[in-house]
Design a protein around this ligand. Structure first.
Ligand code: ZN
Length: 198
């Protein structure tokens, strides 16, 4: 028997209804203030597209988190590697892109594997900092699934660092968050990082 939990039970905070027409008008004003003209044929619809693109980057898709009883009493690490991360840094509103590796040690329930990627997306599609994103995914799984431990590693390239400022092309930022046995048990933590290949 599967139990569907309506998501989000505690996240994210309710946001105001998006107003695309207003966002498109503001994008036009913003671009024109920077000296970018939007009245040519190629760019006439660009402010609208820009508004739509940001709306998509800032809107997680709805999903239901389905969990199952751990009837087989599986007690080894469950690891999903290479989950795509597409987020927007809250300082510059520029994308940061990379991957997340998420592991948990099952307790009484296990989680549909595709749902782990949806949890990452739920926290990625909002203005973020990578450290907080990493911790939020770990804390949410810890709270909702009550496993014996969670490990989350995020590796991402921040376009605000690679396209502007220091222009550190190719620089990867790595963050991790650990709970329960993955935090407290040296052997379990070592196993997690060994399976990640480092
Ligand atoms: Zn930034």
């Amino acid at each position: 028997m599967s139990v569907a939990i309506a998501v989000p039970p505690s996240e994210p905070e309710p946001a105001a209804e998006p107003d695309l027409a207003r966002a498109a008008a503001a994008a036009r004003t913003f671009l024109e203030a920077l000296g970018v003209r939007c009245d040519g044929p190629g760019m006439a619809r660009s402010p609208r597209r820009m508004a739509e693109a940001y709306l998509e980057l800032l809107s997680p898709r709805e999903f239901r988190m389905t969990t199952f009883p751990n009837d087989e009493e599986y007690d080894e690490l469950v690891l999903v590697k290479g989950i795509p991360v597409q987020s927007v840094c809250e300082h510059h509103l520029l994308p940061f892109l990379g991957v997340a590796h998420v592991a948990y040690l099952p307790g009484d329930r296990i989680l549909g594997l595709s749902k782990i990627a949806r949890v990452v997306e739920m926290f990625a599609r909002r203005p973020q900092v990578q450290e907080r994103l990493t911790q939020q995914v770990a804390d949410w799984l810890d709270r909702e699934l009550r496993p014996r431990g969670v490990g989350v590693v995020v590796e991402a390239e921040h376009t605000c660092m690679t396209l502007r400022g220091v222009r550190a092309g190719g620089a990867l930022t790595r963050t991790s968050a650990l709970t329960g046995a993955l935090r407290e048990n040296d052997a379990t933590r070592a196993e997690f990082f060994a399976v990640l290949g480092r």
